[in-house]
Each structure stands twice: as structure tokens, then as C-alpha cells.
Design a protein around this ligand. Structure first.
Ligand SMILES: NC(=O)c1ccc[n+]([C@@H]2O[C@H](COP(=O)([O-])OP(=O)(O)OC[C@H]3O[C@@H](n4cnc5c(N)ncnc54)[C@H](OP(=O)(O)O)[C@@H]3O)[C@@H](O)[C@H]2O)c1
Length: 288
């Protein structure tokens, strides 16, 4: 028997924030954890065992409306309503903008942006039956300020930010709260799962040498330690708990610093430092 009758749906629970949040929330709430490939459930099963929690686990690919419809049917028949939708599924596409093929850019937007929209459109009737409905969209500090080599990801998260702001106003009168969670870099599988534009470092690329260099340093970047994902998980759990939400939850000191700097100085000053950092990184190529 769960302490709360609230029903929470989370996308992308095979790893990272989605998996850990599902485990934490299942201690109290009715959680519907979803993943696009149930063969990836090993870690999920292991953590459920360790924490002695149980929840529904369903297949859901945010790009496949049939899997989403199946989940709607299950929630409809089992609970009849949905209190919280956590749009977590996403991945990181890297590459110089001019190297990113249209299909690579489309895939990034399909998952990170259209995937959230598909989920919201499909779940809105179930959410409207709740008296305390919330939609929590996983954005990023990358949705507030851009850096080179991340144009596709930046674009998808900027889109999610603008969309969520409209949604916030539209759903407020209906009693459905919308918020954005904007983390900096945390130790999930995001770097392991990242995709790099196929054209990176290829002869036809305008940035062949820089691309080659970035590909050569990428393994050390992937291994670099970043912050404990449980910090974000705790924030997500507290948002589910809170009766009234803020619209933005920007989390992590460097993320906050980056966002404050982005918005408190003129773009000419901000861009000078981003460009300087990028030029210094590429310069390392010559001093190797
Ligand atoms: N970690 C960070 O530093 C960070 C910072 C800012 C924002 N975020 C955001 O946080 C969210 C979660 O990322 P994470 O850091 O936890 O990374 P992660 O460990 O790689 O988890 C991403 C999850 O999304 C799932 N996913 C990808 N494409 C999907 C699709 N089409 N349908 C359903 N699920 C899909 C993945 O499933 P598969 O295993 O099947 O690929 C995985 O379960 C993302 O939206 C990410 O942009 C992360």
C-alpha cells in the first residue's frame, strides 16, 4: 500500500535521472516507469530489489505514438487519472552546426522536443482528471545559453523552454502546473549515450581539423567526473511533493553561474568569453 494515491508517469527510466527518480518516488507514489526497450530493465530490476519498491514498468518510446497510446490505455483502466508527468527522456547530439545532417537534427528534436509534446498531448485528458496535476519537463542549462558544438541539443532544449512557457500560461487556468528543470552536467549515462554528427572530422567538413581534435579528446571528456545525479533526483521528488511550483528550477552552481552571466551582461561580453574558451580549447590542438 502506497502512502499517497498520486500517480506519476516518467519517461526514459532505463538509466540516469529517470531510473533513480522512479525508484525514489515509488517508495511513496504509484509510479509508472517507462523505457523504450524493456531489454534495458536489468538495472531497474536490480534497484527495485535493493530498495524493495514495486511499480508498473511499461514500454514507451516518446517517438512512437502506439507505445504511448498503450500506456494511456493502461493508466486509464488501472487508475483513471494521472497526477504527474515527468518528461525526462532525451539524449545529447554533438557536432558543429554545419556538420549536422538534417536527419540527425530531426532525431534530436524528435526525442527532446516533439517527444515531450507527444507525451503532453496524449496524457492531457488523464492529467485534467487530477486535482493536483503537474508537468515537469527536463530541460537543461543548455536551454538557456548555447555553446559551440552543441547546436542541436541547445536548439532542442531552447525549443522546449519556449514551448513550456506557453504551456504554463495555457494550463494554469485548468489547474495544471508546468515547470522546467534545468540541470548542469550530472553523472548519468548522458555522455555514454551521446551521438556525434557523422560529418565530424570528415574531409568535406569546414571544421575537419577541429572536429578531428574534438573526437580525439572526447573519450577523456566522457570519463570526466561530474556531479551526483541524486541531487537532481531529490529536486524532482521535492517538485512532485510541493503544492505550488516555480516555473524554473535551475540546478547546480556552475549552471546557475552560467545562466546569471548570460543574462546579466550584454551578449557582446558573454560571447567574448565563450569564444575565448572555445578558441583556447582548439589551440590546445597545436600545443599537443
Ligand atoms: N545528465 C546531465 O548532465 C543532464 C543535464 C541537463 C539535462 N539533462 C536531461 O535529463 C534527461 C535525462 O537524461 P540523463 O542525464 O538521465 O541521461 P541518460 O542516463 O542517458 O538517460 C536518458 C534516458 O532517456 C531515454 N531515451 C532516449 N531516447 C528515448 C526515446 N526515444 N524514448 C524513450 N526514452 C528515450 C534513454 O533510454 P535508452 O537507454 O533506451 O537510450 C534513457 O533511459 C534528458 O532529457 C537530458 O537532456 C541531463
Amino acid at each position: 500500500m502506497k502512502q499517497s494515491s498520486q500517480v506519476v508517469l516518467i519517461t526514459g527510466c532505463s538509466s540516469g535521472f529517470g531510473l533513480l527518480t522512479a525508484i525514489e518516488l515509488a517508495k511513496k507514489y504509484h509510479v509508472i516507469a517507462t523505457m523504450r526497450n524493456l531489454d534495458s530493465r536489468k538495472e531497474f530490476d536490480r534497484l527495485c530489489g535493493i530498495h524493495q519498491v514495486s511499480m508498473d514498468l511499461l514500454e514507451l518510446d516518446v517517438n512512437d505514438i502506439n507505445t504511448i497510446s498503450n500506456v494511456v490505455d493502461v493508466i486509464e483502466s488501472k487508475y483513471g487519472y494521472l497526477d504527474v508527468l515527468i518528461n525526462n527522456a532525451g539524449y545529447l547530439q554533438l557536432g558543429f552546426c554545419c556538420d549536422i545532417a538534417i536527419d540527425e537534427l530531426e532525431s534530436q528534436f524528435q526525442t527532446n522536443f516533439f517527444g515531450c509534446h507527444r507525451m503532453i498531448r496524449s496524457m492531457i485528458h488523464l492529467l485534467s482528471k487530477s486535482k493536483q496535476a503537474k508537468i515537469i519537463n527536463l530541460s537543461s542549462v543548455a536551454g538557456l545559453s548555447s555553446i559551440p558544438f552543441m547546436g542541436a541539443y541547445n536548439g532542442s532544449k531552447f525549443a522546449l523552454e519556449g514551448y513550456s512557457e506557453s504551456l504554463y500560461y495555457e494550463l494554469k487556468p485548468k489547474g495544471i502546473q508546468v515547470c522546467l528543470v534545468e540541470p548542469g552536467l550530472y553523472q548519468t549515462k548522458i555522455l555514454e549515450n551521446l551521438k556525434i554528427a557523422n560529418n565530424t572530422g570528415q574531409n568535406q567538413s569546414l571544421f575537419k581539423e577541429s572536429g578531428d581534435f574534438i573526437l580525439s579528446i572526447l573519450p577523456s571528456f566522457k570519463n570526466r567526473s561530474s556531479k551526483d545525479p541524486l541531487i537532481v533526483v531529490r529536486l524532482l521528488c521535492s517538485i512532485v511533493e510541493k503544492p505550488r511550483l516555480r516555473f524554473r528550477y535551475l540546478i547546480g552552481f556552475t549552471a546557475q553561474l552560467r545562466a546569471v552571466f548570460r543574462w546579466s551582461v550584454p551578449f557582446s561580453v558573454y560571447s567574448y568569453f565563450v569564444q575565448l574558451g572555445f578558441n583556447l580549447l582548439l589551440k590546445k590542438r597545436f600545443s599537443k
